[in-house]
Design a protein around this ligand. Sequence first.
Ligand SMILES: Cc1cc2nc3c(=O)[nH]c(=O)nc-3n(C[C@H](O)[C@H](O)[C@H](O)COP(=O)(O)O)c2cc1C
Length: 250
Amino acid sequence: MELGAQIIDINMGCPAKKVCNRLCGSALLQDESLVGRILEAVVKAAEPAGVPVTLKTRTGWNRENRNGVRVARIAEASGIAALAIHGRTRADFYEGEAEYETIRDIRAAVSIPVIANGDITHADKAREVMAFTGTVGVMVGRASHGSPWIFRDINGLLTTGRVPPPLPRAELRDIVLGHLQAIYAFHGEESGLRIARKHLGWYSRLLDAAPQARPHLMAAESTSLQFACASEYFDAWVGAGDGGRPIEQC
Ligand SMILES: Cc1cc2nc3c(=O)[nH]c(=O)nc-3n(C[C@H](O)[C@H](O)[C@H](O)COP(=O)(O)O)c2cc1C
């Protein structure tokens, strides 16, 4: 908060072994009284500054122990301002399909805002999941990789009832190149190059020439070479013109 945080979001959803072995992340779902003590302590510490504390968690530790509803009630009683629920248990990691029944039960059990998460892959799915669960919103993870305009699509559908028309190629190119520049500026040369490579792997799905482009984009050994290479491929793609919806959304 001293650094200017406007919200404190507690992560009790991470399934990683190195996190859970230290009884952090989703491992905490095994100890509900500890969950309560942590949440109460953080809420109490944040209260004087008026900073809301939110919680991100899963539906339970494993399918035999889906205690998401109890954890949500503990969170509400502890003064948590909003809940984001990933519709998988810790044991599920990121595998299988997210289930929304438990999110719906959690939503019905508490009166704080609940946000549904897991496998929201396109705007229609966001609307369907919100209608099924009764949540106030959705949270998107992996489907935004290489498709950050999914947020525009979802917001458009939820606010106007229609998915907005696809962005023209030139605008998509500008988003991609702008993202690369932001990555370089934030992470610097070495990490920037590596992190941008990952995003280019996803963005290159847009390109008609993806199979030829990918090895070149991955081989570039500096951010300036990588940027030049990406610009070349995306400029050519813009030059080839818009041919309907440019990407199969996720
Ligand atoms: C590689 C990877 C890293 C993640 N890191 C975080 C993280 O640091 N904090 C967090 O709250 N969730 C993290 N998540 C979980 C996502 O926020 C989200 O809950 C999960 O991917 C399910 O949503 P999705 O099906 O839309 O991807 C991560 C997910 C993945 C795949």
